[in-house]
Design a protein around this ligand. Sequence first.
Ligand SMILES: *Cc1c(COP(=O)(O)O)cnc(C)c1O
Length: 355
Amino acid sequence: MKTSLAFPVKKIATSKLSETDFSNLVFGKTISDHMFVADYKDGDWTDLRIEPYSPLQLNPSNAALHYGQSIFEGLKGYKNEEGEVIIFRPDANWRRMNESAERMCMPSIPEEIFMEGLTQLIDLDREWVPTAKGASLYIRPFMFATDDYIGVKPSDTYKFIIFTCPVGNYYSKPVSVKVETKFTRATEGGTGAAKTAGNYAASLYPALQAQKAGYDQLLWTDGKSHSQIEESGTMNVMFKINGTIITAPTHTGTILKGITRESVIQLAKDWNQPVEERFLTVSELKEALEKGELEEAFGTGTAATIAHIRLIHIEGKDYELPEKPADAFSHRVLAELDGIKYGTTPDPHQWIIKL
Ligand SMILES: *Cc1c(COP(=O)(O)O)cnc(C)c1O
């Protein structure tokens, strides 16, 4: 691989590979040998390096721990038949990370540091990219404040780290979801469009209540009137009603701009499948369910790609969705995305890079 950015690489003394059971991977529990680290100080990213994945030393007054200046990304790498590693749309994650950074008063990361850190790390740990069908390498870039100061203000210093986790076939069983009309994930003017730690902390309590009531996930509604569907859990959500895919638009700043969402919309357009980026109201959804016009409902996100929804709870009532035919849009779009990611299908939009 051609490298343009040189930085020190300190290799692990003994790889953890031999003690890792690749047939029994729990999502997010197994971490590969190395991590990429860069430190931000005096207005610059410095001290770029790859080193063994290991604990960090933090002072108790670390600003991120108190006030939450912390953002992250999630993307995946795949191994093709030739043993090449394929990474899906890393440039889109880089762009989105910088959008999150701006909202949280954090410094932007130059494309070269993000891309070279990512590709050199994955090249070094390429043995960690699983080869089993449906398995992949989950890649977690993140940034957090490192000032030792408990006044409320943007930190002057930050750490940017990338580490990776081999993950098994993330086929998710069709899920049940509950329309949430009390709690809010995001409101206009808030941080819903940023992949920032606090959004996830705030979603835990409502999600737990839904799980106690017997549902897998929430369907979030808007914070003002709770009448429009926004997202599902930590995924974007799409509905196919009378032949048209409907998904929330992103202009309100309350929707996380999913890269899977954008890819699914692009493929739908390629296939002349009608798509509308508009808010679906809870009453429209209810009516479609009652009339049998809701053909498909699914979440979209990096972890599962497509998460099929089998049941929707609205205002005290459970609605079962019909069985999907084998050629349903959500099945076809999942197969197409998998094909592109594993390098078995052409990639007309130049979404993948190969290492
Ligand atoms: C990460 C995320 C998504 C999905 O984004 P992808 O880029 O498709 O993985 C959707 N909603 C929320 C709230 C998220 O955090």
